[in-house]
Design a protein around this ligand. Structure first.
Ligand SMILES: Cc1cc2nc3c(=O)[nH]c(=O)nc-3n(C[C@H](O)[C@H](O)[C@H](O)COP(=O)(O)OP(=O)(O)OC[C@H]3O[C@@H](n4cnc5c(N)ncnc54)[C@H](O)[C@@H]3O)c2cc1C
Length: 480
């Protein structure tokens, strides 16, 4: 006989606040068993030979699952941790525990959807019901003023339509208690994996890492509390968001949003409270504007399916990309000889994070200056980013690669112009590229313009202590 018991399968919704899947399971009046399953396919190798999920994201994910388990323990419940393929492991567990249903959050991209579909099929074969919920966006998919298949190809059209016609649903409240089975054998609970489980090393904590980020729902709300209320930074976000150095030029919500430690709706509600209690201005709106971009890439991914991963993109552009491996590796390792690009790539490799400005610059350099396959760049980011989000990453890369939703024909970033605007004194590059540290001011961005004797006096030898530039960069004068 089946028990009145529901498994709640946590995916990229690692929180108990504003979690409809969890609330619906609790409201069903059944016993609720929260489960997370570490899927080994997340640590397989990409075509380029990188681990799909690198050390920073793995560490962050393990911390987030651990924090979720603690939240459930505070409610007198627990979280079962499994390792293996969810479509097999979850159904096996449901059968063994005689659960009558499995609830989970919907994903949009094919790998995740395939797992969902197999789980539904396997569960159905065993007479176990499944129910799934849309969770990840600010605007609920069912509230869109058009079918998702008609999502506008231009962001502004999408944004204006949803802003005008859609009301953001209120966040779900935090559960106070949970009807957790009292007879659960503790041997079932399962251990968290470690980085070594996936052949990864603990990332070094380096001095130049300003990323104070730990996984989990509490840490996410701590960051919100600090960024909005204690440091009062929301009111200047629009002016600071293009920064490069430090924790506070932007919200740094992205790692928590990516695994769902915080929901965009909870952030939205807190922005509204801030606007009422402190200040309402362009900056407070702009944070919401950026969250709408996040939604947009998710709906575009749902609309276009696997096209977002394909070289032709959603514009069906012809494939005329270079696949020069040594040049690609120089880019990936921060050895292109173009300091602003290298500095950003070194930050990514050393910390798992890069500013939005940096991401646009290095992506533009890879696709526009080197002409290299944009999917290689996207795939490298997938492996390295602590905040990797399948839709935001591939959507943004398509955009920069000119095969996505950008109405502009040519989105070329002149690197020196970017450097002049965003790192005028070269401080960021100086921090990331110690071998160029001795060059003062803006000159650090164009070491090729310094005389050999000047470089010699600074103990720099291009081609030896720092590489020659892979490409001649357009001069500042030619920049727009
Ligand atoms: C090539 C490229 C790849 C990217 N890959 C990712 C990725 O894998 N994961 C990811 O979360 N973001 C990605 N972004 C978007 C953006 O760079 C990051 O969201 C942002 O830098 C994260 O820092 P933050 O949380 O401090 O952002 P804030 O400036 O504080 O913005 C707040 C939130 O808005 C959302 N947001 C901001 N900008 C964008 C954007 N351009 N697209 C989608 N959402 C946005 C994010 O959820 C972010 O956390 C990418 C951008 C580029 C150009």
């Amino acid at each position: 006989m089946r028990h009145n018991r529901i498994l709640v399968w946590f995916r990229n919704d690692l929180r108990i606040t504003d979690n409809e899947t969890l609330i619906k399971a609790i409201q069903s009046g059944n016993e609720v068993v929260p489960v997370y399953c570490f899927d080994p396919r997340m640590w397989s190798k990409t075509d380029l030979g990188y681990c799909k999920t690198g050390a920073f994201r793995t560490k962050f994910l393990i911390e987030s699952v651990d924090a979720l388990r603690k939240s459930f323990r505070e409610l007198g419940a627990d979280l079962i941790v499994l390792q293996g393929m969810p479509e097999i492991k979850l159904v096996q567990l449901a059968e063994e525990m005689e659960a009558k249903g499995i609830f989970f959050s919907k994903e949009v991209t094919s790998e995740e959807r395939n797992v969902e579909k197999s789980l539904e099929t396997n569960a159905f074969a065993k007479g176990i019901a499944t129910e799934s919920f849309w969770q990840s966006t600010l605007y609920h998919i069912d509230d869109l003023p058009f079918p998702v298949s008609q999502t506008p190809e231009v962001f502004t059209h999408f944004r204006k339509a949803v802003e005008k016609m859609v009301k953001i649903r209120p966040a779900w409240s935090t559960p106070k208690r949970l009807n957790f089975p009292s007879d659960l054998d503790s041997s079932r609970l399962g251990e968290l994996p470690s980085l070594h489980t996936y052949g990864l090393e603990e990332p070094d904590r380096i001095a130049k890492s300003w990323l104070e980020i730990e996984g989990g729902e509490q840490a996410a709300s701590g960051r919100l509390q600090s960024f909005f209320w204690e440091k009062d930074l929301l009111k200047v976000y629009k002016e600071t968001r293009n920064g490069l150095i430090g924790m506070d030029y932007s919200s740094k919500f992205s790692p928590w949003l990516a695994v769902g430690c915080i929901s965009p709706r909870s952030i939205y509600e807190e922005v509204k409270r801030y606007e009422k209690e402190r200040k309402k201005n362009d900056s407070t709106y702009w944070l919401i504007f950026e969250l709408v971009w996040r939604d947009y890439f998710r709906f575009i991914a749902k609309k276009h399916g696997d096209k977002i991963f394909q070289i032709q993109g959603i514009k069906n552009q012809e494939d005329s990309w270079s696949r020069d491996k040594p040049q690609f590796e120089a880019w990936a390792e921060g050895r292109t000889g173009v300091p602003f690009v290298d500095a950003n790539m070194r930050e990514l490799n050393a910390t798992g994070f890069m500013s939005n400005r940096g991401r646009q610059i290095v992506a533009s350099f890879l696709v526009n200056d080197l002409g290299i396959d944009w999917t290689w760049g996207a795939s490298y980011f997938e492996s390295k980013l602590i905040d990797y989000d399948v839709c935001s990453n591939w959507g943004n890369w398509m955009y920069v690669g000119g095969v996505g939703n950008d109405p502009r024909e040519n989105r070329y970033f002149n690197i020196l112009r970017q450097a002049k605007n965003y790192d005028r004194n070269g401080d960021y590059v100086r921090m990331m590229i110690p071998e160029l540290q001795a060059i003062k001011g803006f000159d650090i961005h164009q070491p090729w313009d310094l005389s050999t004797s000047k470089l010699k006096s600074l103990k720099i030898q291009l081609g030896h202590t720092y590489p020659h530039a892979l490409r001649n960069m357009p001069t500042l004068e030619k920049a727009y």
